[in-house]
Design a protein around this ligand. Sequence first.
Ligand SMILES: Cc1ncc(COP(=O)(O)O)c(C=O)c1O
Length: 425
Amino acid sequence: MKLGPYTSKIHTDELIELLDLWQYPKGVKEQLTKTIRANAKGIEGPHLFRYYNPRPSKVAEAECMMAGFIGTKYALAVNSCTSALITALRALGVGAGDEVIVPGYTFFASAAVIGTCNAIPVIVDVDDTLTIDPRALAKAITKRTKAIIVVHMRGMPAQMDQIMRIAKKHKIPVIEDVAQAAGGKYKGKMLGSIGTMGCFSFDYYKVLNSGEGGFVTTNDQWLLTRAQSWHDCAACWRPDRYATERKGGELFCGENYRMSELQGAVALAQIRKAPKILAGYRAAKARIIAGLDLPKGVTLQRVADPKGDTGICLILFMPDVASTKAALPALQKAGVPAGGIYDHKVKDWHVYVHWEHILTHKAVAPDGLPWTGVKKSELPKYTKDMCPQCNEYLSRAIMIDTHCEYSAADCRAIATAVNQVLGGM
Ligand SMILES: Cc1ncc(COP(=O)(O)O)c(C=O)c1O
């Protein structure tokens, strides 16, 4: 009996559907559609599963490129940074009863993933860099601390020298959450290559994006192996997926965080364009700062290493809450892409005070995990004022987003508007 050959179920119609996403004008779309249909014969449709792909895999190529870009031995593609963080925590063996340190200012996902792994989030204050305060970090370490998540918030590097010194002293692995800072550096080293593992987001709003997506980076082959196991419980990544484990700890019940070839292709093109995108952001931030003439009492946020800043955002500290509250709407009215969180009535998932799920011990199942993994008396005390510096700095912060395509005139216009609004207050 001879079966097939069969054509791929995904073919011309799907490619034409994709054209819509690019919103080509009607005439162009018709022209492209005609060309695609006229040439369909003999062309095979894509194989969008990254493994067992008879053609070179875009995801595998993106992984090579990402590892080269970040300067780590390995990069593993996953479907989000949330997945990347869970994968890193699981690869490090984090589970019930463990504590993981996370800053109080970060997107909720950085903290939520700790609970997802049944571990206890220990929320630590930030300082005037709006990244984790090394002194508060040192104080938060206990015998249960299994990992530290540092976040390079708003594209700016955390204070990695101090953090790594503390982590090494206590032999605790560091996970860098580089979701917002792909391409950033600290003292010449790429973010995501300094700690034990790096986690990147390629969701739509990030420096580089594939709609959704993420990467885990590491220099440790064993951690890569465990990360691969977690991200693909079908073990398609193994040389022989059904073979017994080559070393204890290689196989366990994982999940499916695999990246599809569609995302892989977009991610690959984005990583290739990274130098241009980053140069655009950095030039925009430098130009806006050069044009600023800030009134007395208004300061720029301290950046742990200004040369390593991705430039996606600049942050001003106003003298007090009242002036912040007055300046924000005035800046927005003048067209400046400014945001801020002067009080807790402004809901924002990036600030721990709104992480009700953690603060009030919510659990997904009747077992009550992660909160039942340790004695009640040993749980951290969560209160809305437990990170006073975080609350104080954020109450006076004004964030101005940049764009990698800003022209010199755009930057001048923003700087002038900021000068006028703040100077006139
Ligand atoms: C600091 C930080 N960590 C993690 C994430 C989660 O990324 P993703 O949307 O790819 O899951 C985000 C997304 O906004 C983030 O800003």
